[in-house]
Structure formats: C-alpha cells, structure tokens
Design a protein around this ligand. Structure first.
Ligand SMILES: [Fe+2]
Ligand SMILES: [Fe+2]
Length: 203
C-alpha cells in the first residue's frame, strides 16, 4: 500500500474523517493519549492471540496472525518507552466505548465460522480507524518528533487492516465480505458521529 497516498475515505473505506479538533485536544493530553494508545496495542495483541485460540484449525489465520501478536506487543513497548522517557505514567486502562460499540454489532450466535467473519471485520475496522487517527496525528501535531512517532504506527496499522480483509477473503466469498464490510462501515460512521470528541482517547 502506498502510504503517502492513503486516501482515508476511499482506500480504507471509512465514511467519516476524524473531527480535526481531536488532534489539538490529543496534543494537550499526551500522557492520557499515550496511555490509551498503549492499551490499544495491548488489546490488539491480546485479540490476535484469542483469534488464534478460537480458530486454531484455520492454518493461514494462525500463521499470519502469529507475527502480528509480536508486532502489536512491540508497539505496546514502544509507547511504554515513550511514556518512561518523558517521565509520564502508564495510567489505568479506560473503558473502551468505541470497541464495545463495535462488539455490539457483531452477529451473536450461529456457528464459529459465521462469527469469525465479524471478528475479522471488527479487527479490520479498528486497524483502519487507528491508521486514520495516526495519520491525523502524523500530519497535524506541532511536535515533529511526535509526528514521526505516529507515522510509523500509521504504516503498520495500514498493513494490518489489509491483512484482516485478506483473511476474510480467504475464508469467505468476496461478495459476502464486501456486503458485510459495507454494513460495518455504515455502522461505524454512526458511532463516530455520536461519540464525544475527547483528546484522551485514540478512538
Ligand atoms: Fe499496533
Ligand atoms: Fe495493528
């Protein structure tokens, strides 16, 4: 993926760009935003482990997600190092309203195969939105060091977004994936619209 030209609306499919006020708010609350970011990375690693446990019979999924666990944990450590360098504290994990609202939209019941599609698309969406947010930070922060810091995360998360969509395409018909993905994008737009703009949250 050509990172320079990521058009968030068209390539990642997201229907609503981040409110520009968020960047300034985030810049004013670096300790909180780094803490929240660290936990986003931890949850990404944890969820990949869960997917491997749940769908251990899916060889490609297991093979592809195993290194992502390491990568996400590496991201956690990078954010933690940044906090320590600045003599800031890793605070407590907050309730993740965004992710909880996404989980509400997952099909419950059905076979594990039916549920797996929504698990993969939820992850794709979180990666896409994280990528978009990191892109905003990498372009909009005043601090050049932090702009570069977030640029690296943006590049990784763009790759992860693509991987989750690819995995969905591996195990389901493309039309099925596209149809459900569109429903997810519409739903996510609704979440973004109703959520308060807060500078202490990545999402
Ligand atoms: Fe990450
Ligand atoms: Fe990721």
């Amino acid at each position: 993926m050509d990172i320079e030209n990521i058009d968030v609306k068209n390539i990642l499919g997201l229907q609503l760009p981040t409110d520009p006020r968020w960047i300034n708010l985030a810049e004013m609350q670096l300790e909180e935003i780094l803490t929240d970011h660290a936990y986003c990375e931890q949850k990404a690693a944890t969820t990949c482990i869960t997917l491997i446990q749940k769908y251990s019979d899916k060889e490609k999924l297991v093979i592809e997600l195993s290194p992502i666990v390491t990568e996400e944990w590496g991201h956690f450590r990078l954010v933690l190092a940044e906090l320590h360098k600045r003599k800031l504290q890793l605070g407590k994990q907050r309730k993740d309203v965004y992710v909880n609202k996404l989980i509400d939209f997952q099909h419950k019941g059905g076979s594990p195969e039916e549920r797996m599609l929504d698990h993969l698309l939820t992850m794709a969406l979180i990666e896409a939105r994280s990528c978009e947010r990191f892109k905003r930070l990498s372009e909009g922060l005043n601090d050049v060091y932090m702009r570069n810091f977030y640029r690296r995360f943006m590049e990784s998360e763009a790759g992860h977004y693509t991987l989750f969509i690819e995995l969905a395409d591996t195990y389901y018909k493309k039309e099925v994936v596209r149809k459900r993905w569109k429903e997810w994008l519409v739903y996510e737009k609704g979440i973004m619209k109703e959520m308060e703009v807060r500078g202490d949250r990545i999402h």
